[in-house]
Design a protein around this ligand. Structure first.
Ligand SMILES: O=C(O)CCC(=O)C(=O)O
Length: 272
């Protein structure tokens, strides 16, 4: 696919600039979704994962597992990180060439200890609102458009309805200089200020890390699997634990190497 032919539609760019996210429909085909999901489930069940691979894993009892540093583990996970339908869109909102900063995945289901009646009292149940960068130093305006130096693509590998733990946001928070906790408190006092994604397997959410966002508690019996890739301009560092083995980088085709390793560093090719 010609990468420079892939771009956000003007309506998608406006949605991204106003609300701080855009849901891209049907990006991954069913075969890609299945391969990525089965690789993540294999990693989750692998008793030798930390010995045999560079993947990190954090478990919160049986209902939540976070896996990270995934590109070396399976070709489908590498393919996600360099996806030709996504990389140009990230470059558009970063404003230049990018490097991979992290890959993570979450497999989660309802917390067996959660009080369902308590969850039902609220429209949204964010577990921990946070952001990875801040408007003012992690963002900039160029040619009147919003840009961010830390951007994520989050792929839904399972369908996510209203009770199935879609990502929650405080729309518009990506370009506010408010104190983070003040914004979260204000949004939680009026749930119309929060939104929660509903998506189908294969849809991908594009958002800047200056947007306040959270995993949400699952109320249904469905398990959710998501796959995330984070990107920055080329001179930034990977998130700790997401360093890719230089020997693995050597095995990659030329066109993938800089994206995975950040080798372009301060020779940042800006779009402007
Ligand atoms: O679980 C989710 O939907 C959100 C993941 C998240 O918070 C992140 O990637 O920083």
């Amino acid at each position: 696919m010609e990468q420079n032919l892939v771009s956000l539609m003007v309506s998608q760019r406006l949605h991204f600039d106003i609300y701080g996210y855009v849901l891209l429909k049907n990006v991954l085909v069913p075969d890609e979704v299945e391969r990525m999901k089965s690789a993540l489930h294999r990693a989750n069940e692998d008793p030798n994962l930390d010995v045999d691979s560079r993947v990190y894993i954090r478990r919160n009892s049986d209902h939540y597992v976070l896996l990270g540093n995934l590109v070396e583990y399976d070709s489908s996970l590498l393919e996600y990180a360099v996806h030709p339908k996504l990389v140009p869109l990230v470059e558009e909102v970063v404003g230049g060439k990018i490097r991979l900063e992290e890959t993570e995945a979450i497999i989660n289901s309802r917390d067996p200890d959660a009080d369902l009646r308590e969850l039902e009292k609220h429209r949204y149940n964010p577990v921990a609102f946070h952001r990875g960068t801040k408007h003012g130093w992690g963002t900039y305006i160029e040619q009147n458009k919003f840009h961010c130096v830390f951007v994520k693509t989050l792929a839904y590998l399972t369908d996510v309805g209203p009770d199935d733990g879609g990502t929650a946001f405080i729309p518009g928070s990506h370009r506010l200089t408010w104190d983070r906790s003040e914004m979260i408190e204000a949004a939680m006092s009026d749930e119309s200020l929060v939104c929660q994604v509903e998506a189908e397997a294969g849809d991908v959410l594009l958002f800047p890390e200056s947007l306040i966002h959270s995993t949400t508690a699952i109320k249904s019996d469905k398990e959710r699997t998501i796959l995330i890739a984070g990107y920055t301009p080329t001179m930034f560092q990977p998130w700790p634990g997401n360093e890719v083995d230089p020997e693995f980088v050597k095995t990659l085709p030329d066109e993938m190497r800089a994206l995975i390793s950040g080798s372009e560093s301060w020779s940042w090719q800006r779009k402007y």
